[in-house]
Design a protein around this ligand. Structure first.
Ligand code: AMP
Length: 228
């Protein structure tokens, strides 16, 4: 490089918000529209639990209780995935970082590869509505599309709009008691990251109580600015 040009790096976007804020739904929409890779540490951990890996075995009970899995396990899982070839397209981090230790580890990982965070976007919601949002949600086992009994039902009951699969899954931790603990963990350990990213000048806040498409439109303009 001749030094006069800024290297073009793939976008790195972070979605912040409590469980039920719509991070997964919006991340999938961004993935479709921009060809970015959605990295959900929740999905990576559920896959590790299902595969019975040592990390999965350690994480299982913690996840069932609605607590946060150790930084050590999550950072290892995320950094492995981030090193995969497809991530050069750019990533949307959904559910990571969730602690200051994870945020600092991410900064170090990105610095090592001359990358940076383009935007940390906080989806702003009312806690009181989150239990209803979470307890009605389910996912297609075929393609992973997310649905909700009330807010985003399938067009034909029990059949995925995207891939036609009839295998629908509900998460074990999407029940009222666990959700209360997950919200508490969010406020105690993750909400401080809003100030962390504000301090880096990377934070945007988006009201996220409206319709999925309205939130997507607001998100789109933040992403366009952050990746321009
Ligand atoms: P999620 O799918 O993002 O709602 O995550 C489900 C569960 O996985 C959480 O309640 C935590 O137990 C665990 N988890 C996911 N991401 C993280 C993370 N970054 N740090 C710690 N625990 C996590």
């Amino acid at each position: 490089m001749d030094g006069s040009k800024t290297p073009v790096t793939a976008p790195v976007l972070i979605l912040l918000g409590p469980p039920g804020a719509g991070k997964g739904t919006q991340a999938r929409m961004l993935e479709d529209r921009h060809g970015l890779v959605q990295l959900s540490t929740g999905d990576l951990l559920r896959a590790a639990v299902a595969a019975g890996t040592p990390a999965g075995q350690r994480a299982k009970a913690v996840m069932e209780a609605g607590d946060l899995v150790s930084d050590e396990i999550v950072i290892a899982i995320l950094s492995d995935r981030l090193a995969d070839a497809d991530c050069v397209r750019g990533v949307i981090l959904d559910g990571f970082p969730r602690t200051t230790v994870q945020a600092e580890a991410l900064d170090a990982l990105l610095q090592a590869t001359s990358q940076r965070i383009n935007a940390a976007i906080s989806l702003e919601v009312d806690d009181a509505a989150m239990v209803d949002r979470i307890s009605g949600r389910f996912t297609c086992g075929g393609c992973g599309e997310g649905y909700h009994d009330t807010f985003k039902p399938t067009a034909k009951p029990g059949v995925c709009d995207h891939c036609g699969s009839t295998e629908m899954k509900r998460r074990a931790d999407d029940n009222a008691e666990t959700v209360a603990q997950r919200l508490a963990a969010y406020h105690a350990q993750t909400a401080p990251l809003i100030d962390y990213y504000a301090g880096q000048g990377a934070l945007s806040r988006i009201p996220a109580m409206g319709a999925i498409d309205e939130i997507a439109t607001a998100l789109e303009s933040v992403v366009a600015q952050a990746t321009a």
